[in-house]
Design a protein around this ligand. Structure first.
Ligand SMILES: N[C@@H](CCC(=O)N[C@@H](CS)C(=O)NCC(=O)O)C(=O)O
Length: 235
């Protein structure tokens, strides 16, 4: 049994997608990050970086319990555990890892900043001091990254290895929020084609029902609850 600590956000959805695809038994524990539950000491013992997602697998290697945070590490772990969605063949395997790292190091963090400055920072009570610069910077970077992805997908059905992998699962949830990054997915027809293909997978559709509020998960109210006590970094 796997305990999944998550929230209705892109980094959380990656792990839902993989668990639903593989059919591993899991229990979901919702961490209300807009209420600051990620800073509670019992959660920090699982995820010392105070972020979701995290898992506790009570049936890890050798029957030992293993605790993991960082969505990329969790995807690699679950692929390793099940032998699925990360090909064995070395070229395919490393191509998949490469695109997973592209998501972890670029697509996720930059789009997270685009969300922050376009959607959340304008709610700040003390006014948008440097907002136009930051909005332009991360909106442009988001557009560049979507362009990279679109070019890749113009030549390949899936992001890596000619098949559906953990790299696709890592990237897909971020594209659900294109509007919040001030991107129009219709401008990236190959991303759109790939997105629709993945969205129609039964495991993903099932999961999208559960995570419907991913697009509305951050409200003015939740900002008011959390802002001022710490730097808000939620994506
Ligand atoms: N690199 C981390 C990023 C995780 C992350 O940023 N999680 C966000 C939600 S998507 C979070 O927990 N934010 C709460 C906070 O920053 O306090 C991963 O991929 O797991």
């Amino acid at each position: 049994m796997i305990d999944l600590y998550t929230a209705a956000t892109p980094n959380g959805q990656k792990i839902h997608m993989m668990l639903e695809e593989t059919g591993l038994a899991y229990r979901t524990h919702w961490v209300r990050i807009s209420r600051g539950e990620q800073f509670e000491s019992n959660y920090l013992s699982i995820s010392p970086n105070n972020k979701i997602p995290a898992i506790v697998d009570h049936d890890g290697s050798g029957g030992r319990t293993i605790t993991l945070f960082e969505s990329g590490a969790i995807l690699l772990y679950l692929a390793d555990k099940t032998g699925r969605f990360l090909p064995e063949e070395p070229h395919q395997r490393w191509e998949t890892v490469q695109w997973l790292m592209w998501q972890m190091g670029g697509f996720g963090p930059m789009l997270g900043q685009a969300h922050h400055f376009n959607a959340y920072a304008p709610m700040r009570p003390d006014g948008p001091v440097v907002l136009p610069y930051a909005q332009a910077r991360y909106t442009n970077e988001a557009a560049r990254l979507y362009g990279v992805l679109d070019k890749r997908l113009s030549e390949h059905e899936y992001v890596a290895a000619g098949q559906y992998t953990i790299a696709d699962m890592a990237i897909f949830p971020w594209c659900r929020l294109a509007g919040r990054q001030r991107q129009n997915i219709e401008d990236f027809p190959n991303v759109k084609r790939w997105f629709d293909t993945i969205a129609s997978r039964p495991a993903v559709a099932r999961d999208m029902d559960k995570l419907e509020d991913i697009v509305d998960g951050f409200s003015k109210e939740s900002w008011d609850v959390s802002f001022g006590t710490r730097q808000q970094t939620q994506t």
